[in-house]
Design a protein around this ligand. Sequence first.
Ligand code: SAM
Length: 234
Amino acid sequence: MQFTFVTLFSNLIECYFQDSILKRAMDKDIFHVDYFNPRDFSKSKHMKVDDTAVGGGAGMVMNPQPLYDALKALKQQDKNVYIIFLTPVAKPFKQNDAKRLAKKTHIAFVSGRYEGIDERVMETFGDELFSIGDYILTGGELASLVICDAISRNLEGVLGNSESLDIESFESSLLEAPSFSKPKSYEKSSVPSEYLKGNHSKIRSLKLALSECKTKFFRPEQLLKHRIRKSYEK
Ligand code: SAM
C-alpha cells in the first residue's frame, strides 16, 4: 500500500511515522509514504500557492495551478491513485470507510491550508472528500494523518494481534466493553470480580452487558440500532 500526502507542510506529517506501530509497519514494507508539495509545481515568480478569493471574502485560498499540476503529475505516476481531499464540509470519516479504503493500493490525501482549496481542483481530482469532525483546523495535515492511521490499522500485519480489530468499538453496533490491566486492585479500585474467576462464558456475558451499558451511556442511538438489528436476526 502507498500513501501520498499532498501538503505544503510535510514536516508536520513525517514525524508521526517515526515511532511505534506505524514505523514498524513501514519497516516491514506493509506500506510506504511519500510527499508531494504543491509549491514545487507553482509557476509563479515567487512560488506562490495562494491568492485572494474571487468575489471577495476574508483570507487567501489555495489557487488551482500548483495543486492542479501536482495532482496531474501524481496521476501520471500512478493512474490508479485514489485521491481524497480533506475538508470540514464533507461527510464524516467512519470506521467502515477505514476498512473499505484499506483495500486500495494507493491513496493520496490532499491537505488544504488558509481558507481552503479552490473548489475546481476538488471537483476535477477528488475521488472522495472527508471531514474528521464539525470544527475547523488550521490545515488538513492532522485530518490526513487521522484517516491514514485508521486505514493502516486495517492492513494485514500492522497490528500484532489482528483479533483485536474484531472486538473494537464500531465493529459491531456496540462499543467495546471496558478494559482493565494488572494489578487486579489499584488505589482501592478493583476489576470486576467475574473477570478473575476464569469462567469464559460468564466473562463473555458480563462483557456483553457492560458493552450495552457503555453504549447506552455514550451512544444511545447506537444501542437502539443494535437492538433493532438483533430483533431482525431472530
Ligand atoms: N474556510 C474553510 C471553511 O470554512 O470550510 C475552512 C478552511 S480550514 C482553515 C483549512 C483547511 O484545513 C481545509 O481546506 C481542510 O483541508 C482542513 N480542515 C480544517 N478542518 C477540517 C476538518 N474538520 N476535517 C477535515 N479537514 C479540515
